[in-house]
Design a protein around this ligand. Sequence first.
Ligand SMILES: Cc1ncc(COP(=O)(O)O)c(C=O)c1O
Length: 497
Amino acid sequence: MIETRQLIHPERPIFEHGAEGRSGASLPELDVPAIDAQKHFGKLARVTLAALPEVSEVEVTRHFTRLSRWNYAIDLGLYPLGSCTMKYNPKVNERVARMPGFAGVHPQQPESTLQGALEIMWRLERVLCELGGFRRVALQPAAGAQGELCGVMMIAAHHQSQGRAPSKVLIPDSAHGTNPASCTLSSYTTVPLKTGETGIVSVDTVAQACAENPGDIAAIMMTNPSTLGLFETDLGKIAEVVHAAGGLVYMDGANFNALLGKVRPAETGVDVMHINLHKTFTTPHGGGGPGAGVVGVGATLEPYLPTPTVEKEGDRYFLDYRRAKSIGRLRSFFGNFGMFVRAYTYMRELGGPGLTLATEMAVLNANYIRARLKDVYSLAYEAPSMHEVVFTDRKLKRETSVQTLDVAKRLMDYGYHPPTIYFPLPAVTGGAGALMIEPTETETKETLDDFCDALRAIADEAKRDAEMVKQAPHQTALGRLDETRAARQPILRWRAK
Ligand SMILES: Cc1ncc(COP(=O)(O)O)c(C=O)c1O
């Protein structure tokens, strides 16, 4: 079978196609004077040609068409990648974002001709304020991680304005990796908090950390629901403890799709929170594409919002750059505008009750998978799941030696994108591998059943023929890859000639 496949799909990289001097483009004769690149660009001018593949049009077309057919996409099937919220994006969002008036808008147009765009941003901010309980929301940050940086910078600005310089941020061991990174970028030291057997941050752990670092706590940064898919039940009390210690409360709200219409974080003592529009409000996610990590704040941090903000005076919308205490600009112009249009369309399409229903369905779907698989895969935590469910391979590995990586690879043979597996579960799981599954609200019961059937079938196969599962995938364009080698020894064929 493998030979046949190789005949149909030669697996040679593009660098091994083509021949010297071959070209896929026919450019007209130069009809302007040639310029001397060295003279114009000095050291920046290339002196040797880049070793680009020299291929014909048909070679390049077939190469990329073949790659696209090996690819997996949310429009092809369930994409259960935990912590990423890869949900189906209703096409109406795309259609609206591509309307010429939105797609063609230029940020340097005079403000009087940008009124529609500014109104969308203004309205989006109002909806986000309503959902989160915040006074203002900064739309500028281009991704969740940049939203975190924005929030942490505002926290630092606040302490500075009080004549304080606390140096530490408390971060639970269940946090997304971007959380400590954002704090470190802002020159804070992070203090890890152990979540223990429950997976949930306890008030006592926080109180102890505050007591051990008197006067030195700038903030706590807590993801809710956490990256373990658990609701942080004590967040309100934790906020009181941190505030009493002089710190502020940052909630990583990247998983806000589990809370819409249920919890207003600001009402639980949260001072600042980012929301990933590209996770909660169905703007496309992944592949390095643009996102929007908008940041909501309460009264304490409002003066430090990045500029510009969108304001309204009478019927006129305008960009306000005059915020004396602002942390400044984080992103060129006013952020990823296309993402705002998509998110706002989604909100208007669903309305308040629809958004709440989306949350309920996301949580229900995760718990359905939990119920259907918990006798076969081990549950990482007993607390009910929110938008995602985390299993471990503890039992499976003990009984069959098959691990989560093998399960993920075998799932590809069943036609699914694997769930997240490389997630550093806090120590409580004893180093077991994780299967972190986030089905999202957009999947039907039938799809979830098929997916659970596949995972159950793999657990059966592991008992009957563990070796076969360990060699998976068998039906994909490429078999099992040496991922460590791929990361450590990338193929460097693109060298200057
Ligand atoms: C909990 C959490 N925080 C932060 C982020 C970072 O968001 P982004 O990838 O947009 O930078 C993510 C990403 O999915 C996340 O799951």
